[in-house]
Design a protein around this ligand. Sequence first.
Ligand SMILES: [Zn+2]
Length: 388
Amino acid sequence: MYPVGPYPIWKHATRLADGREIIYFDESPGLGRAAVRDARDLGRVDDLAGPVSALRWDPLAGEWVVIAEQRQDRTFLPPADACPLDPSAPGRPTEIPASSYDVVVFENRFPSLSGARPRPAGPGDPTGGAGPAQPDLLAQRPGLGRCEVVCFTSDHDASFADLTPHRVRTVVEAWADRTVALGALDGVEQVFCFENRGEEIGVTLHHPHGQIYGYPFVTPRTARMLGQARLHAERTGGNLFDDMVAGELAAGTRVVARNDHWAAFVPAAARWPYEVLLFPAERVPDLSLLPDVAREAFCLVYLDVLRRLDALFGSRAPYIAAWHQAPVHAHGPGPGGRREDFALHLQLMSVRRAPGKLKYLAGSESGMGVWINDIVPETAARRLREVL
Ligand SMILES: [Zn+2]
C-alpha cells in the first residue's frame, strides 16, 4: 500500500504464464488478485533471444523508425465475449487471471519495443539517449524498451469519460508508478503514457485501456520541444511552457476549462479539429512529481473536458490522449536543458471534425509535415465551452 491523499492504493505485482509482468492497482486491501495463477499454456517470452523489433535510422529525417513485424499477428477487434482485457472467468482465461480488477497494468503481448531490463547500479546514460551523434546512414538497433497495457476498468462497455474521479485518480497513480518504473530500465530514455480511443483512430480492442511505451531514445516531438525551450530561454530568459500558458490564460479566448490547479485550452495553432492541452498550474517534469492536490484536481478537469468532447457530436468521440513528459535524463546544461525546465502536459486530440467526418493526415500533413486545420481554434474552444 502507498498513501496517495484521500485514496490509498494497494499495488501487487506478479507474472503471467509466459513470464510477462502484471501489476494490480487495487482500491481496497486484501483482495488476493495477484495470487491467482495464470493457467494458460503460453510459451515463455524470456526464451526469445532479445527484442523482437528493430529500430532503423531514417537519415533524411534524423529519426528512428520502429519495425515491428510481429505486431501484424495481434488480436484485432475480437467479439465482446472474447475480449482479452476482461477479467478471467471459468473456462475463459484472459490476459488478467483475476476474476475482477480496478486498474491493472501488464506487459503487452505484442510489443513494439521489448527486452529492457533493470538498469545496473551507477550513473545513468550520460548521453541522454539521443543515440549516436552520427548514426550510419543505414543504422539499425534492437528495438529495446518496454510496452505496457493499462486497463482502466473491468467494465468492457465503459469509456474513460465514464470513470469516477476516484478511478481516474487510481489511473493517475498507475501512470506515475509506471513512469518511474520504466524510466529505471536500462536504455529507456522516455516514458509515454497514452490512450487511443475509437476504431477511427485504429484501436484494435474496444475495452477501455491505454498504453505505456518506454522508448530507447528521446522522441522527435519531445526533442523539438526541448530545442524550442532552449532557444526561448536564451532569447528571453523565460520558460517557454510557462510563458505560453500565461499567454493563453491572458488571451482567454481558447480556454475550455480551468480550476485552481489545471488549465485546459485549445492551442493557438491547433493542428487537429478539436485539440486541447491540459497544463498543471505548477510546472513539473513528469507525472511522478505531480503534487497530490494537482493529481486530485486533474481528475475533475479531465473528465469535464472528455465529456465536452463526447457531447460535441452526441456520440463517443474518437481521440488520442498523449502525456508529454520530460526525458528520463537531463538533456543539456543551463536554462531550458534541465528536466525541471520541461512542463508535463496532456494533449487531447480528436480526428472528428463534424458528425461522420474525420480529419485524415493527407498530402500536406503526411508529405510535408504542414498541418491544415479546417476549424478555427477559437471556434473549437467556444464550442467546447458552450456544449455543456
Ligand atoms: Zn473487455
